[in-house]
Design a protein around this ligand. Structure first.
Ligand code: GLN
Length: 550
């Protein structure tokens, strides 16, 4: 029998439900269990692919090319189970499937309703994840939104039914709430009581409460919450504020015995916890000395979540290099002004430039300026997807001297379309899921930085883009020294470019990749490209990494 853990949230959003669910997943993996993570998103979009990064943060891409909610990125960073289209369930998908079945006459004339038809569809998608692999022990299902929202009701109802049908030993509810502090420093439990009442009204009695609070809750407070909320006192946990890193949360929960209580409630025997990876990651965190400043030159700078996986991967690379990485967010739009660009970049006092993925014209010329500046000044540069295309445009404009060189995404009429659509995509009009998406193989050339980083010729990474390096320009570009460092098998598409390294005019570290390596980086295992980029930035900083003030 598979076990299910439903993680819901109350009081307000942004309490770190995704991190809490992922941390629980990490602890159960530490116990040797085979864990699968599922996110239920109450929005009506079929997937996150068409949502603006401003609205919803980054789009996390899976191997099978699903464009999912960024919480799947948390799952990937904390746990090791496979993630695919099946692990992200949205209201849009569920209704889409039910309406299609209705049109096909599969409901045999019955009235199609939220209960049971929508809830059955949700349940069948959740159990499908459990069934994917015969060895799955536990499925952790995170329900997006806050209890009390109209949107999440069908998901909570599906959870209620599953808890009832599987029995409490096989399906439990973990509810995350907020314990606010009011003037005078007093911690208030009332919102938590109300939130649990809202769960009970939905027919779900939470088994475990995780309370977000400024400090760890005292025994008396936990007892009070337990009494009012109908849970065991030892099942009340605190996710208290920490000033280290979110990656310490699994250990914070472990020290409160969250895994023990969960396993006991579900009647699961397991090995002792093995959390060495997490402890040694924290050792590396504490051993970090000095800081390198990395300029992220993009256009969604105000919202941290827009480049979430990139920022996390940089942090992981800092752990791998024993140096703290300070993010310097540089809006590319002001860099479009040629007279200001240089000054702005110099003032930023950065030892590396990263241009992340992106779409649309705004800020592009500023990004090209940043790439050019990094190239001419020996500053390590890492271009991801759009960031690689920017590197190619800079090379065409500023090395080959083709001033109007561009991507046809930004200028249809350029005489030098160095980045363009693949021919077969040219009549695409529909914007949902029309890109090169998901896992593709790249083959690294000999003598390249990318080969050195991976230590392997065959590389598997995820894509999400429409435009490509235009093959007609391969010769001119590489003739002028740009290294075409990796291709799709068979050589059809350019996957990686590098600035020439050795010799006169060589550059310490400049690389652009057409894929998104950030999706596969973990705190316990930094991605090799981010690792090497930060190593180069650290080198650039030389002895001058800013030491901590005493
Ligand atoms: N806009 C570019 C393209 O579609 C890059 C996409 C990206 O960076 N993810 O090819």
């Amino acid at each position: 029998m598979n076990k299910y853990i439903f993680v819901s949230g109350g009081v307000c959003s942004s309490l770190g439900k995704g991190v809490a669910a992922s941390s629980l997943g990490a602890l159960l993996e530490g116990r040797g269990l085979n864990v699968r993570m599922v996110k239920c998103d109450p929005y009506i979009n079929v997937d996150a692919g068409t949502m603006s990064p401003y609205q919803h943060g980054e789009v996390y891409v899976t191997d099978d090319g699903a464009e999912t909610d960024l919480d799947l990125g948390n799952y990937a960073r904390f746990t090791s189970g496979p993630l695919s289209r099946a692990n992200s369930i949205t209201t849009g998908q569920v209704y889409d499937a039910v309406i299609r079945k209705e049109r096909e006459g599969r409901y045999l004339g019955r009235t199609v309703q939220v209960i049971p038809h929508i809830t059955d569809e949700i349940k069948s998608r959740i159990t499908a994840v459990a069934r994917e692999d015969a060895d799955t022990d536990v499925v952790i299902v995170e329900i997006g939104g806050t209890v009390g929202d109209i949107e999440s009701i069908p998901f909570l109802e599906a959870a209620r039914q599953m808890i009832h049908e599987c029995g409490r030993i096989n399906a439990i509810s973990v509810h995350l709430t907020l314990i606010p502090e009011v003037a005078g420093g007093e911690l208030k439990t009332k919102p938590t009581q109300h939130s649990v009442k809202a769960m009970q009204e939905m027919g779900i009695q939470p088994d475990i409460l995780i309370c977000r609070a400024p400090t760890i809750l005292e025994e008396a407070t936990r007892r009070k919450i337990a009494l009012f909320c109908n849970v065991d006192p030892e099942a009340v946990f605190t996710s208290y504020n920490i000033d280290t890193t979110i990656y310490e949360i699994p250990l914070v929960f472990y020290s409160q015995k969250l895994d023990q209580v969960v396993l006991r409630k579900m009647g699961v025997e397991s090995r002792h916890a093995q959390l060495n990876d997490w402890y040694s990651m924290m050792d590396r965190f504490k051993a970090q000395a000095g800081t390198v400043r990395i300029g992220i030159v993009g256009k969604y700078m105000e919202l941290h979540d827009a480049y979430k996986s990139v920022y996390e991967a940089l942090f992981h690379a800092g752990l791998a290099n024993a140096v703290r990485v300070e993010l310097v967010k540089i809006d590319s739009t002001p860099l479009e002004d040629e007279t200001k660009a240089r000054g702005l970049l110099e003032e930023a006092n950065i030892q590396g430039v990263l241009v992340p993925g992106g779409f649309g014209q705004r800020g592009i010329n500023g990004m090209v300026r940043a790439a050019c500046w990094a190239r001419q000044n020996g500053i390590p540069y890492f271009g991801i997807c759009l960031g690689m295309q920017i590197m190619v445009i800079d090379w065409a404009r500023n090395v080959l001297g083709w001033e109007d060189a561009d991507s046809t995404e930004f200028n249809q009429d350029t005489r030098h379309p160095v980045i363009s659509l693949l021919e077969e995509q040219e009549d695409v009009v529909n914007y949902g899921a029309t890109m090169r998406l998901g896992r593709w193989e790249s083959v690294a050339e000999e003598g390249t930085r990318i080969l050195a980083a991976y230590g392997a010729k065959h590389i598997f990474e995820r894509h999400r883009h429409r435009y490509e390096f235009a093959n007609a320009y391969r010769e001119a570009m590489s003739g002028a020294g740009l290294k075409l460092a990796a291709f799709t098998p068979g050589g059809d598409l350019v996957e990686c470019v590098e600035w020439p390294g050795a010799g006169a005019g060589g550059h310490p570290w400049g690389m652009g990749v057409q894929f998104h390596p950030e999706f596969k980086s973990k705190p316990t295992a930094a991605h090799p490209l981010f690792r090497d980029f930060i190593a180069a930035a650290r080198e650039r900083a030389g002895g001058s990494t800013t030491e901590d003030a005493e």
